[in-house]
Design a protein around this ligand. Structure first.
Ligand SMILES: *[C@@H]1O[C@H](CO)[C@@H](O)[C@H](O)[C@H]1NC(C)=O
Ligand SMILES: *[C@@H]1O[C@H](CO)[C@@H](O)[C@H](O)[C@H]1NC(C)=O
Ligand SMILES: *[C@@H]1O[C@H](CO)[C@@H](O)[C@H](O)[C@H]1NC(C)=O
Ligand SMILES: *[C@@H]1O[C@H](CO)[C@@H](O)[C@H](O)[C@H]1NC(C)=O
Ligand SMILES: *[C@@H]1O[C@H](CO)[C@@H](O)[C@H](O)[C@H]1NC(C)=O
Ligand SMILES: [Ca+2]
Length: 411
């Protein structure tokens, strides 16, 4: 009897020992509208239904996992999510659920050039693309404009479709263990914004669909408290994809202002020189990514800024007066500090803020979240923090005794 009891206890103990610890994502991923498979959590968004571009930036159920529309990587994922869709009551009349499939190259065959698109603007070529059978033939049967592919339970596979023209649809978001990262204040603030936004590669991009003249747009990037934003500086095709998606989501919007300006008017109409990345406080970094429309720039010296045009993914120079939509960006600034005592250079800084009774850590944080701050001076003896912006002309700052300068290394 006693032995049996002991055996029972041992059995109980071994059962308890076999209980493996759940990951954070596994413990969150419960309920009928979520399912955990492999190392991903899939979350079904049945309502509200949205267009593709809106769904693409809506995967924010769990921050810190680089959420994206779901990738159908193999037959197991396809079958499991198929059952998951049906078990949530979506029926044949809900013929499509947005996936991450985009045709990144529509020049070849209809069924070639498809990949997994994410909110950071990347598209990773996919080798498994499970087209559905629609009764009339195997998909994709649409025209070249059908560059998106929702999953159609009714076809037991993908259906090529236009992103916006297809209308509002449910969508599945995917959160991967492998993408887990520390959630920053900027990522949290970004997710809380009401405008179309996306947090990608330590930047928060925000679509402003309201129309403003350039000078007003340039100082309107104030979405995120304590982070000095600026008009977006597109430097890659991936960033153009982010902008393009916003322009579809918010509109369609056909033109946006970006933070590239022709500040050197001597170089009028040059495709390469005279163009600078500008912020409200800085204008000395030469622009290097300038995908002009072939006939642009053509505005002469009267047109001192640049717009980006949707669809063509190319730049045009235009006068600053017309009111246009614009995109703001906020940086999650990661930088290392360099101590410097180079008093000789200190006159090229302007003091933008001073705090007393601040620790060195607080001073560092304050500089970090202030994009105008390029350096700071700190006095340990008086606990005084002075934030400094670099100044193209002679600044008003001089380094006082007992202060040490700290310089931001990047960006
Ligand atoms: C999933 O279901 C829960 C419980 O009904 C609900 O609170 C939540 O909003 C749903 N999530 C989504 C993304 O629809
Ligand atoms: C997926 O489902 C189909 C249809 O039910 C079945 O033929 C196939 O074997 C399944 N594949 C896997 C990997 O489960
Ligand atoms: C402005 O453009 C002119 C003409 O190309 C060039 O010679 C000059 O160096 C440029 N000035 C600056 C400050 O870039
Ligand atoms: C120094 O210059 C900055 C920027 O021009 C200005 O905001 C600040 O008030 C000035 N500070 C002093 C002490 O003059
Ligand atoms: C200085 O900061 C400390 C710690 O935050 C606080 O307790 C103290 O009251 C502050 N002193 C002044 C003069 O602000
Ligand atoms: Ca032009």
């Amino acid at each position: 009897m006693a032995l049996r009891k002991l055996f029972g206890l041992l059995l109980l103990a071994s059962c308890l020992l076999q209980t493996v610890a759940l990951t954070e994502l596994q413990s969150l991923c419960v309920g009928a509208n979520q399912t955990y498979l492999g190392s991903s959590c899939y979350v079904l968004h049945g309502t509200p239904r949205v267009t593709y571009s809106r769904a693409k930036v809506a995967c924010e159920d769990y921050l810190g996992y680089k959420g994206h529309l779901y990738h159908i990587r193999n037959a197991v994922i396809k079958n499991t999510t198929h059952q998951f869709i049906l078990s949530n009551g979506l029926t044949a009349s809900d013929m499509n659920v947005w996936t991450s499939f985009e045709q990144y190259d529509a020049n070849g065959a209809r069924n070639a050039g498809w990949g997994f698109a994410e909110r950071d603007g990347t598209v990773t070529p996919a080798s498994y693309v499970p087209w559905g059978w629609n009764g009339g033939g195997w998909e994709p049967v649409g025209p070249t404009s059908h560059t998106r592919a929702p999953y159609a339970p009714y076809y037991f596979g993908l259906n090529d479709a236009p992103g916006e023209g297809m209308g509002n649809m449910p969508f599945i978001c995917e959160y991967e263990e492998a993408n887990k990262h520390i959630v920053t204040n900027l990522e949290k603030s970004c997710a809380a914004l009401n405008r179309y936004h996306t947090y990608a590669n330590k930047k928060c991009y925000v679509m402003h669909a309201e129309l403003l003249a350039y000078s007003a747009a340039k100082v309107a990037c104030t979405d995120v408290l304590n982070y000095n934003g600026h008009l977006v500086h597109p430097r890659s095709n991936e960033q153009l994809n982010i902008l393009n998606n916003f322009m579809l989501a918010a509109g369609p919007v056909s033109e946006i202002y970006i933070g590239v300006e022709q500040t050197n008017l001597t170089a009028a109409d040059s495709k390469t020189i005279g163009w600078y990345y500008t912020t409200p406080s800085k204008s000395n970094e030469q622009a290097t990514f300038l995908p002009w429309t072939p006939t642009e720039p053509d505005g002469g010296t009267g047109s001192n800024n640049v717009i980006y045009i949707s669809g063509s993914r190319s730049f045009s120079d235009v006068p600053a007066t017309k009111a246009r939509a614009f995109v703001c960006v906020y940086d999650d600034i990661m930088y290392s500090l360099k101590v410097s005592n180079s008093v000789s250079q200190s006159s090229s800084f302007s003091q933008i803020a001073q705090t007393s009774n601040a620790s060195l850590a607080k001073c560092t944080r304050d500089c970090r979240i202030n994009q105008a701050c390029s350096s700071f001076a700190y006095s340990l003896s008086t606990s005084t923090c002075q934030l400094l912006a670099s100044s193209s002309s002679s600044g008003n700052f001089s380094l006082a005794a007992s202060f040490i300068m700290y310089t931001r290394q990047s960006p």
